[in-house]
Write a protein that binds this ligand. Structure first.
Ligand code: SF4
Ligand SMILES: [Zn+2]
Length: 537
């Protein structure tokens, strides 16, 4: 029996299924070895299997289902079948033509197919599809195989990743490729469990996506889009980041995944969340699973006159209204908001505000250097925030601004020797929000005009031309810093949703011409997509 009622749900056995038609009979013999590990989405660690065959996870699901109200479950197998068929038929007609889908469907080599899916899934974490397409295309042109990626340098990876944000994703992807090539004889682990256990940066969601899309493993996945769809479809109003709720969502995903087309089903559920069941204004009238959607039913019910919606009416399905007993319903302290409609689900998780930090940074330029003007860039350490990327010499400073100039000048002289302090000018500031840090860069400039060029380069430092700077492995925040420096000459500068730029003059007289918003980090995900726990960059 597939869920429903008060009968405990028995999770289906995980079996390997042939992926889509394109893979067909050419599918190679599969191995069952593998392992895993990542960081991601909803509490992968909380539900990590304790045995290789996932037996513990299945037992967990049985207990879980037994304690869940039927209101939040599917009634029977027939209902599950309707959900699958409706969703897949919609997906077949409406799915977007995306480069990673084309590549995965046309690739018969399992390792190459897994690599194509893996790269796309990592890039799509916290990034919009429209942004990823170009990066994905360039990445696959440069490194078409895992072997190509394994032999790339971190700097090359960072260079291609520049502007995509969350740089540790690229680094982990390359570490994973090296592990596959050097330790796994070039074969990507074939199951979700082994992918998660063996590969750096691969968590429960990414592992399930690769295993189902590339290898046809019948395993459900839960990302931010799926959270939203499932919470609405099953009327789950409790905080989805709560451990119990998260486990229930994974359990529902596992129950629903189509055994014949698991990869397509998972992509369909995510696609539905991305283009129909969107966060703010879902298109319920175009939704293939509307007839099974508790959120939609609830909206309809709320529209009925009170006389027709009395509790106990046979047409009205409810969970345990206002009792506060159900762990999957919103607490009684958070009543239904009529103006939100189906967007009452899912409940917004409470998030810690990013901590504020301040950094002073300086564009040090030699306008008269042999061969053209050059600017000094130094490399960040190979671990931590923005690992291995290049930046203008910077120091962490007290937000009050005390001793800022002195500390920055000292840092600059450590790299470039004695400098004329009077040429150091404050130009403005850039505020950039990383996932866990709101960093304010106080931007300074220092042009070494009329003096002998600095020819000595300290280890970890480089003098770059402006053209070289624009193609180097530098973060978007540094590009914004440079624009403030350049803006002093051209009088223009821009800022974005995650990065605001201002100059002393613009702060005094803000105007559209001096402060323009420019999007550069993908605004996807913030509230409802999977989180990269430690990839905060
Ligand atoms: S009916 Fe509306 S709320 Fe329900 S799943 Fe479809 S789009 Fe989402
Ligand atoms: Zn409930």
């Amino acid at each position: 029996r597939e869920g429903g009622g008060s009968t405990p749900y028995r999770a289906p056995r995980i079996v390997m299924k042939k992926p889509r038609a394109a893979v067909g009979s050419r599918r190679r013999k599969q191995t069952s070895s593998g392992e895993e590990r990542e960081k991601h989405a909803l509490s992968s660690s909380q539900a990590r299997p304790t045995t290789p065959d996932g037996q513990a996870r299945r037992q967990e699901e049985v207990v879980l289902q037994a304690s869940v109200s039927p209101y939040h479950q599917f009634r029977d197998t027939a209902e599950v079948t309707v959900f699958r068929e409706s969703l897949l038929s919609w997906y077949d007609q409406k799915k977007r033509d995306l480069p990673w889908r084309r590549r995965a469907e046309g690739e018969v080599d399992l390792d190459r197919r897994a690599y194509a899916v893996w790269v796309s899934e990592v890039m799509l974490q916290q990034t919009q599809v429209a942004t990823v397409i170009d990066y994905y295309t360039r990445w696959m042109q440069k490194w078409p195989t895992l072997q190509d990626l394994a032999s790339a340098s971190l700097e090359e990876v960072n260079q291609l990743w520049a502007g995509l944000g969350y740089y540790s994703r690229g680094r982990r992807l390359q570490e994973g490729a090296r592990k596959v090539v050097e330790e796994l004889r070039g074969h990507v682990p074939r199951t979700a469990e082994t992918l998660q256990r063996l590969l750096p940066g691969v968590g429960r969601y990414t592992a399930g996506a690769i295993a189902s899309i590339a290898f046809g493993q019948v395993t459900g996945v839960v990302d931010g889009n799926v959270v939203r769809v499932l919470c609405r479809v099953r009327g789950i109003g409790a905080d989805p980041s709560n451990t119990f709720v998260s486990q229930q969502l994974w359990s529902l995903a596992q129950q629903l995944v189509d055994p014949a087309r698991p990869g397509d089903f998972n992509q369909a559920a995510m696609e539905l969340g991305a283009i129909v069941c969107t966060p703010q204004h879902p298109h319920c009238s175009q939704c293939p699973v509307q007839s099974l959607c508790r959120a939609h039913q609830r909206v309809e019910r709320e529209r009925l006159p009170a006389s027709q919606s009395l509790p106990g009416s046979p047409d009205v399905e409810e969970c345990a209204p206002n009792t506060g007993q159900c762990q999957l319903c919103a607490p009684p302290t958070e009543p239904w908001d009529q103006s939100l409609g189906v967007a009452n689900f899912p409940r917004k998780a409470s998030r810690k505000p990013p901590r504020a930090e301040c950094s002073a940074t300086c564009v040090l330029e030699q306008p008269g250097a042999p061969g053209g003007a050059r600017i000094l860039l130094v490399q960040r350490p190979n671990s931590g925030l923005l690992a291995g990327l290049w930046e203008f010499p910077s120091v962490t400073v007290d937000p009050s601004g005390r001793h800022q100039r002195k500390a920055l000048l000292q840092e600059l002289q450590n790299w470039a020797g004695p400098l004329p302090a009077t040429h150091l000018h404050h130009l403005g500031q850039v505020v950039h929000t990383f996932s866990h840090i709101k960093l304010t860069y106080q931007v300074y400039g220092l042009a070494l005009e009329g003096q002998a060029p600095v020819t000595v380069t300290a280890p970890g430092a480089r003098w770059l031309t402006r053209e070289e700077f624009h193609t180097a492995a530098v973060s978007t925040a540094m590009k914004k810093v440079f624009r403030v420096y350049e803006g002093q000459q051209s009088g223009t500068c821009k800022s974005s949703k995650r990065s605001q730029v201002s100059t002393p003059s613009s702060r005094k007289k803000p105007s559209p011409g001096q402060q323009v918003l420019d999007r550069f980090f993908r605004p996807h995900i913030p509230t409802d997509a999977p989180r990269l726990n430690s990839a905060a960059q």
